[in-house]
Design a protein around this ligand. Structure first.
Ligand SMILES: Cc1ncc(COP(=O)(O)O)c(C=O)c1O
Length: 375
């Protein structure tokens, strides 16, 4: 049978009937883009996120790009973010015309290193994008007021952290804006692409609403040159139904993480992820670190047993061909580089149980003891 890596199909089973019924009603009315399902989801997601507003957009990359555009970021500006993020964070910065400036990460949590971040600020820095990587929120308290004093905006890349709360503050509610991806594998995933920007800044919201819809909030008003990046009604229906279950699903993910700790905690050669043990981690991914020479053989060994794993991400942004022009070189972000060669994401989803965790744990121990790796 094997063990899935992620389980969007399992989540769909929980909303199947309600979604099909609602989708059939909408289809009969001919409502496919925008309309009540989108505004209802935006209202519910803003309340959930502890912000005044949410604006649905086409995907998480657009959420970041449109938030930066709405903040007025463009050519000549610099935006600081983590070297170890999904490429989309850097792409969003790049496409505004601004320069992505990268910072290294912490060896335990993989989150952006506060000292490295502060070192990267220059008079040209217009925004910082902390990435709540793997579902764990960045603690912004050591630097957020220093950054704000310099007039620098904070945009939280919350793509992997829907449902996380740090000190009671939901992901996305601390910075000027929070950007979410509803890609199906995410903790709050649509049935296709989707994204949202949450904010309590009215003027930012108004600009985002224009930018996502050809420059106008209503049909055939075009105040600024905009884009087409809207959330589909059918996706909004699925997201509203899933949002009701998100806290329960996050609690389940935390229990699975606890079981991984129980069964892998004392195993030689496996480093488990550091976290605060509170609601600030929703374990979008459960990422362990293995000896560099063991990672690929362990992946193959597990795959033969039907246990699917992934590497998020094999290369930090500065070593990707797409960002060679930034002029970084190997060695510039030693922690991010060290981790990228050793990390392995284990199965994590709402269908996991203790038996499945044990199977993965035994598989991983077997992989580390196997001759393929030992030889
Ligand atoms: C950290 C991070 N930022 C941004 C994105 C982009 O989201 P999307 O794939 O919805 O464009 C993702 C999605 O994978 C992500 O993981």
């Amino acid at each position: 049978m094997g063990i899935l890596f992620a389980g969007p199909q399992l989540e769909f089973e929980q909303i199947r009937e309600a979604w099909f019924d609602a989708a059939a009603q909408l289809a009969a009315k001919g409502v496919f883009v925008g309309g009540h399902p989108v505004t209802a989801f935006e209202g519910a997601f803003a309340r959930y996120s502890g912000t005044s507003h949410a604006a649905g957009v086409g995907n998480g990359t657009d959420a970041l790009f449109l938030a930066l555009k709405a903040l007025g970021i463009g050519p000549g500006d610099e935006v600081v973010t983590a070297a170890n993020t999904f490429v989309a964070t850097a792409e969003a910065i790049h496409h505004t015309g601004a320069t992505p400036v990268l910072a290294d990460c912490d060896l335990g949590s993989y989150l952006i290193d506060p000292e490295s971040l502060m070192e990267k600020l220059t008079p040209r820095t217009k925004a910082v994008i902390p990435v709540h990587l793997y579902g764990q929120m960045v603690d912004m308290s050591p630097w957020i007021s220093l950054v704000r004093e310099r007039g620098i905006a904070v945009v939280e890349d919350s793509a992997q952290a829907a449902g996380a709360r740090l000190g009671g503050m939901p992901a996305g509610s601390i910075g000027n804006a929070g950007c979410f991806s509803f890609y199906p594998d995410k903790n709050l995933g649509a049935l296709g692409d989707g994204g949202a920007i949450v904010t309590s800044d009215e003027s930012l919201l108004s600009t985002v609403r224009k930018l996502r819809n050809h420059g106008g909030e209503t049909r055939y008003t075009h105040d600024i040159p905009g884009y087409n990046s809207r959330l589909d009604a059918l996706q909004a229906l699925a997201l509203s139904l899933k949002l009701e279950r998100l806290d329960e699903w996050s609690a389940h993910r935390r229990r699975i993480a606890g079981l991984y700790e129980r069964y892998l905690g004392e195993v030689d050669g496996i480093v488990l992820p550091a976290h605060r043990g509170d609601d600030s981690h929703v374990f979008h991914l459960y990422v362990v670190r293995l000896p560099v020479e063991a990672r690929e053989s362990a992946r193959r060994y597990l795959q033969k047993k039907g246990i699917l794993t992934a590497v998020q991400y094999p290369l930090p942004v500065h070593l990707l061909p797409a960002f060679r022009h930034l002029g970084y070189k190997a060695g510039d972000f030693p922690i991010a580089e060290f981790c990228s060669e050793r990390i392995l994401s284990l199965p994590m989803h709402i269908g996991m149980n203790e038996e499945a965790v044990l199977e993965v744990a035994e598989g991983l121990k077997g992989a580390l003891a196997s001759p393929a790796y030992r030889s």
